[in-house]
Write a protein that binds this ligand. Structure first.
Ligand SMILES: [Zn+2]
Length: 254
């Protein structure tokens, strides 16, 4: 059993062939799909996805840092409304992204911290999006750390030192296509990170692994990531699938 802990299956990029794409993933052994939120414009699509694949998808709720703009307070209110209305499996993806735009850093920090506090109240994991912002993310985690803070550092792309720091805040590392990239760097030290800290993800439709790099990503390509981890950890394909699924159950309690 394989778990994709981060996939945007509701993306417009799958509107033409979503059923076929889902079938390819199931044929490849993926049976659990965790769905990160972005902002209110996608909520309807997420709920539709869940209606169509009720046994396969597990929804998160949250405000993505690149969607933190002038109207972020309304967007946060939307997140809170849904969190109070029904169950979700995590609060995500949340965090800080300074790659595209630095002008809302203060608001991103505030939105990140607020959503962490909601996660603690609801006893939910967080799923962190971090781009060009390790120091800023760690600064928030440092003040919020504790037994009630846990989750996944999604699409981890940092150094070994940053990996250890993320793990020290009860975070698992979400490993996907970047591990297969020639210049992805994390494959060089991942063997020094115990596999109990690793979960698998695709982040599809983004970040397709080699040999699909640059193309549309889909959940079935997670097998290329597993192949890479087989090399790195010297475990079998089934062992990697089993252990990382177990790790995902630990995080999401399902
Ligand atoms: Zn994502």
């Amino acid at each position: 059993m394989i778990t994709d802990t981060h996939t945007h299956l509701y993306s417009e990029q799958f509107d033409e062939d979503r059923n076929e794409m889902m079938q390819r993933a199931k044929d490849a052994g993926i049976s659990r799909f965790f769905i990160p939120a972005i902002d209110s414009s996608y909520t309807e699509r997420m709920l539709d996805l869940e209606k169509n694949y009720p046994n396969d998808v597990f929804l998160m709720m949250g405000l993505h840092p690149t969607s933190v703009k002038e109207n972020y307070k309304e967007e946060l209110a939307h997140v809170k409304e849904w969190l109070d209305k029904r169950d979700f499996y995590a609060i995500g993806e949340i965090g800080i992204d300074l790659y595209w735009d630095k002008s809302f850093l203060k608001q991103q920090q505030e939105a990140f911290r607020t959503q962490i506090q909601w996660a603690k109240e609801k006893k939910l994991p967080i799923v962190i999006h971090c781009r060009d912002a390790f120091d800023e993310i760690f600064e928030v985690l440092e003040t919020e750390k504790g037994d009630d803070l846990f989750g996944i550092f999604h699409c981890f792309t940092g150094t070994l030192e940053q990996a250890q720091k993320a793990i020290s805040y009860n975070m698992k590392l979400g490993i996907g296509g970047v591990a297969t990239f020639k210049n992805g760097k994390i494959d060089k030290f991942l063997n020094q990170v115990e596999i109990k800290h690793i979960v698998l993800e695709t982040d599809s439709p983004y970040l397709a692994p080699t040999p699909y790099r640059g193309k549309r990503n889909e959940s079935s390509y997670i097998t290329n990531v597993i192949d890479k981890l087989v090399d790195i950890y010297g475990l079998t394909f089934d062992e990697i699938s089993e252990i990382t699924t177990q790790n995902s159950k630990e995080v999401f309690s399902v």
